[in-house]
Design a protein around this ligand. Structure first.
Ligand SMILES: [Zn+2]
Ligand SMILES: [Zn+2]
Length: 369
């Protein structure tokens, strides 16, 4: 095996450099993963432009790879051996706290980069922290004993498996948080990889009506939304979205509104609150902005709306997402539109942000290409 590991490192806002790190020694309770695909999402776009710290970081938090080396204890404890194709969550749990015992380790302080400077989270943690390989935009990634690893089902290619994170968020936000199920009516705002994944999950769960919104630049994405099961799509720049939702629902509004728009500020939340049914709807929000002047708290209360915060995915959501991918029930190859090599990380992230290659829905970073 090589002595050095090649990685694309974020060295400042909007800046990437290829660097080498020493191949780590793998203790008995750890493993080394050879990267196959790192998915790139809207979070990468934000973290790339506005790094939360000046430290050099190997980004890449949606990681699919093959176990290249596994310590004896790692295999004994976790059941994974060399050659297994796996998905590694970006959360690295402590395994001891109340959140970990609840299985909600995404809330564990050990992986909370906002509050804990020593937190470990793939794609976020400083590359200066030994053994350095904490991100997927690299040839190899280090897996400690407390990494959360899932088996990729047979027949699922690494590229398709690269969709597991948006799909798992789809399960978590629409089903677990939003309560979407049989006969639900749903408004999904934003037809990017996240909104399209929600569409698939809501369809699979039996939603009776799925409406997806986008803007003028989303023409191709809205077509994909229809192909994946959206009953109606709305270009919010050409039509009044609230009027359309009310016309489609016979004036009733929808049961659940999901915010998957990016960079739209308060607009999706205001529309969501208006478009929800008369009483008891659920809105799942992203909270992109720090403040919300004139938030319609009165309307929200009168409509008896429940607000849920979109916060990543749980273990169960990941497993269900992997099963969904394995089912091949939906034409998800329409979502995995682009591949980029390691030297093109900068272009890949910019393209996901709408400023490089055109019409990217989901970008797969293939570090060996
Ligand atoms: Zn992501
Ligand atoms: Zn914990």
């Amino acid at each position: 095996m090589a002595e050095q590991v090649l990685a694309a490192v974020r060295t400042g806002p909007g800046k990437t450099e290829l660097r080498e790190y020493p191949m780590p020694d793998i203790p008995a309770d750890a493993a080394l993963m050879r990267m196959e695909v790192a998915g790139i999402c809207g979070t990468d776009v934000k973290l790339y432009q506005h790094p939360p710290s000046p430290a050099p970081v190997i980004m890449g938090h949606e990681n699919i790879g093959t176990i290249a080396k596994a310590g004896r204890e790692f295999t004994q404890r976790k059941g994974f051996k060399e050659g297994d194709l796996v998905f590694v969550e970006h959360y690295v749990a402590c395994g001891k706290c109340e959140w970990c015992h609840l299985g909600q380790y995404r809330h564990c302080e050990n992986t909370d980069w906002r509050g804990n400077p020593d937190a470990i989270r793939y794609g976020y943690t400083s590359a200066e922290k030994a053994p350095h390989l904490w991100g997927g935009f690299a040839h190899y990634v280090y897996l400690p004993w407390n990494s959360v690893v899932h088996r990729v089902p047979k027949g699922v290619t690494p590229e398709l498996a690269g969709l597991v994170t948006p799909m798992a968020n789809g399960v978590e936000w629409s089903l677990f948080d939003g309560g979407v199920g049989y006969n639900s009516t749903v408004l999904i705002q934003g037809p990017g990889q996240q909104g399209l994944s929600q569409t698939v999950i809501c369809k699979q769960a039996g939603a009776a009506l799925i409406i997806v919104t986008g803007t003028a630049k989303d023409g191709a994405r809205l077509e994909v939304a229809k192909a994946l099961g959206a009953d109606h799509v709305i270009d919010v720049e050409r039509e009044n979205p609230l009027e359309r939702v009310m016309a489609i629902t016979g004036g009733k509004g929808v049961d659940v509104a999901l915010d998957c728009a990016s960079g739209a500020g308060t607009i999706p939340i205001l529309l969501g609150i208006e478009a929800l049914k008369r009483k008891g709807g659920v809105i799942v929000v992203q909270g992109e902005m720090a403040e919300f002047p004139n938030f319609p708290l009165g309307k929200m209360t009168v409509k008896f709306i429940t607000v849920k915060s979109a916060r990543g995915h749980s273990y169960r959501a990941c497993e269900l997402a992997l099963e969904q991918l394995a089912s091949k029930r939906f034409a998800l190859e329409k979502v995995t539109t682009h591949r980029f090599g390691l030297k093109d990380v900068d272009l890949a992230i910019r393209s996901v942000g709408g400023k490089g290659v055109k019409d990217v829905i989901h970008a797969s970073l293939m570090p060996w290409e």
